[in-house]
Design a protein around this ligand. Structure first.
Ligand SMILES: C[S@@+](CC[C@H](N)C(=O)[O-])C[C@H]1O[C@@H](n2cnc3c(N)ncnc32)[C@H](O)[C@@H]1O
Length: 251
């Protein structure tokens, strides 16, 4: 566990990232606190991280942690000799679809832009179709560095809030070749309702009594009062609702 990362990856191909107990526990705490009942890992490699997380999880919860990778033992680029836990042999996008009920996605050293261009999975594409609310990602987590493709960082900026991160032992220390490593925790940003829906809801809630504070919007609407239909013209750019015709509804 405490080996330098180059020997850690070396012949044994243990992992791109060096797991330590405090980091494993911080991941397990996060999963439990956020009630993440099913976690899907993409590109799990030997499954070393998954196996350690599963050991702690088994003692503390009933959370199901599933590890997947397209290039299983003996196949593909990485030539893994064995895995430390069950790693399902499947492509990233198929894994997300198969385990679509997962509420947390786990990525450890997702392929960087060049690797994606050479055919490895795109963490950005994975994140785009993932439907859960939590993401744990290990790596350098900065555009243009050793982990994650450009689309991944676009998605993170657009749809995810960074909650916290914890340092992991560095891969290579010194000079321009220093590779930093951390575990990053994210939560999906709250979904913003389309502007149209928001305006309609605000208006219906008010049943015509409010002065709406929206701008640049004029439209004819027919809004249902308690028993009648009331034609209404909304001039939001003026901050007014005009053409309001009260009927016998007590409006
Ligand atoms: C940089 S390695 C990281 C492996 C492991 N997470 C670790 O930290 O040691 C990227 C992993 O993604 C896997 N991978 C590449 N393309 C994939 C795809 N299309 N679907 C699923 N896994 C893929 C590779 O087999 C490899 O194990």
């Amino acid at each position: 566990m405490f080996a330098k990362r180059h020997s850690f990856r070396g012949d044994e191909n243990l992992s791109y990232s060096i797991p330590k107990m405090d980091i494993i526990c911080s991941i397990v705490d996060f999963l439990i606190e956020n009630n993440c009942l099913q976690v899907i890992e993409i590109g799990a490699g030997t499954g070393l991280w998954a196996s350690l997380i599963q050991i702690v999880l088994e003692r503390r919860s009933n959370i199901n942690f599933i590890a997947t990778d397209k290039f299983a033992v003996g196949k593909g680029l990485y030539g893994y000799k064995y895995t430390y836990t069950k790693v399902e042999n499947m492509d990233a996008l198929n894994a997300i679809k198969k385990y679509k009920n997962s509420n947390c996605l786990f990525l450890c050293w997702p392929p960087w832009q060049d690797m994606v261009e050479e055919g490895q999975y795109s963490a950005g594409k994975v994140l785009k179709i993932f439907e859960g609310d939590y993401l744990i990602s290990i790596g350098e987590n900065a555009r243009g560095y050793s982990t994650g493709d450009d689309l991944f960082y676009d998605e993170l900026e657009k749809n995810w809030d960074h909650l916290e991160d914890n340092d992991i032992d560095m891969f290579i220390k010194g000079g321009i070749f220093t590779i930093y490593d951390s575990v990053y925790f994210y939560k999906r940003k709250p979904k913003v309702k389309p502007k149209e829906d928001e305006m309609r809801d605000t208006f219906l809630r008010s049943k015509g009594r409010i002065i709406a504070s929206m701008h640049n919007f004029q439209e004819e609407y027919t809004v249902r009062g308690s028993a009648h239909f009331i034609p209404v013209r909304r001039d939001f750019d003026k901050g007014l609702i005009t053409g309001f015709r009260p009927r016998a509804t007590g409006f």
